[in-house]
Design a protein around this ligand. Sequence first.
Ligand code: SF4
Length: 484
Amino acid sequence: MSMTIDTIGHDLHYNVWLVAKLFFDENDSVHITSKATYGDDTVTAETQLVCEGASLSETYSFPCPSSADAHTKKRLTSAVCGMSLYRAAQKLRPRRLPWGVMTGIRPAKPIRQMLTAGQPEEEILPYMHALYGASEQKLRLALEVAKNELPLIAQNGKDDIGLYIGIPFCPTRCLYCSFVSTDLRRTKQYVPEYLRLLVREIEHSARLTKAAGKRIQSIYIGGGTPTSITAQELEVLLAAVARCFDTGSLAEYCVEAGRPDTITPEKLSVLKQYGVTRISINPQTMHARTLELIGRSHTPDDIDNAFTLARRAGFDSINADLIAGLPGETEDDFAWTLKAIDAYGPENITVHTMSIKRGSALHERLGDYDLTTPDTVYNMLDLSQSFMAQTGRAPYYIYRQKNMLGNLENVGYSLPGHESLYNVNIMEEVQSILALGCGGSSKAVDRTGERIERVYNFKGPIEYITRFDEILAKKDEFFSLLDG
Ligand code: SF4
């Protein structure tokens, strides 16, 4: 894309670019001038858009008290500049954009903050619609999520933190994956050393947790696919966690058993023995041809077997991840997957929107696949929303990613009492998270929830192993950032 952006009266170049990207791609030649002015408790944006020989201008104003702090002023200016560009671009390239110019990844967060500040519900949606141009349907979804989050967040104690442990290995690599997961067929030899060092990191972090007077409220072991290592290796990991932290008083202990073909009675028994309360079995789709196309090494029968084994082992809180918009799938295919998964009675279902991530094999070879259109994905998500309501599952966390088809969302639905506290806390950034192993980042959230400092982990196991001393130093850094 040949895009040039001039800003006048503000420096939110990146925010303007994010909105422009909703309309234009690398084949377009676009010039945008975005100007912001302030006065009479309002902020006004004027956008001039030049593209394809057309020159379009739009102006948009919104209340912005002159007493507003710098953060609020920036947020409002960004939205208003986005809205004036959105209006101009819609004239040239009409697009269905249910989230309007909301480009952030946490759409429920501002709504929850307004609810917490005592703003009446009936004022929140019109305000958000006017500020971001988001549809009533999406704002209602975000409002429902925000309301469901509040009692969960209220459970957080002032010294509670969440613990994440990353296992960066998977049996194969999915077509759409850009995570730092490594294909075990090539990286098996790193597993023992990775685990040996991870146990050292756990021991070090446990000492720091105790010294800081913090309590681990929830544990999430993710990746990757933690259950892709052997039952014995899993036991080494879980035994270290149990030895170092007080797992008896956890509110939640979740392990991603994402690939159904990695689940065995022995591994489930290890998880049970060490007090794991929740697992995630991720079918993504119930269609064998799609599973093969996207490079997952399991079949629908493996999914069936995994649910049977997990129930037999006594797991009564299971999440199932699905993806709307997998290549080649129709609305009927998706509807069938929803029903087939529901038959296993997972207490949580998380519906993701297909995202074309840079670094994925799909992104490299886009032309080889029959991608779902944005309209079809909208319909799939609508269908999932009503299906979940009919089956008693309420939306309780929501997030968005870059490059999602239709610029839509991922939503976690749950039966009452089975919501994942960890998911809510990390998504809403209301609790500090200590992240061990590969991938992810530790987040130190201050008491006001306004200041967040991140300490990034290394991405892959080789870097983790060869630079392990830095890992321990990163933990020291994280604890120095926590509130006393
Ligand atoms: S299971 Fe998840 S982490 Fe593993 S390859 Fe697939 S998308 Fe990546």
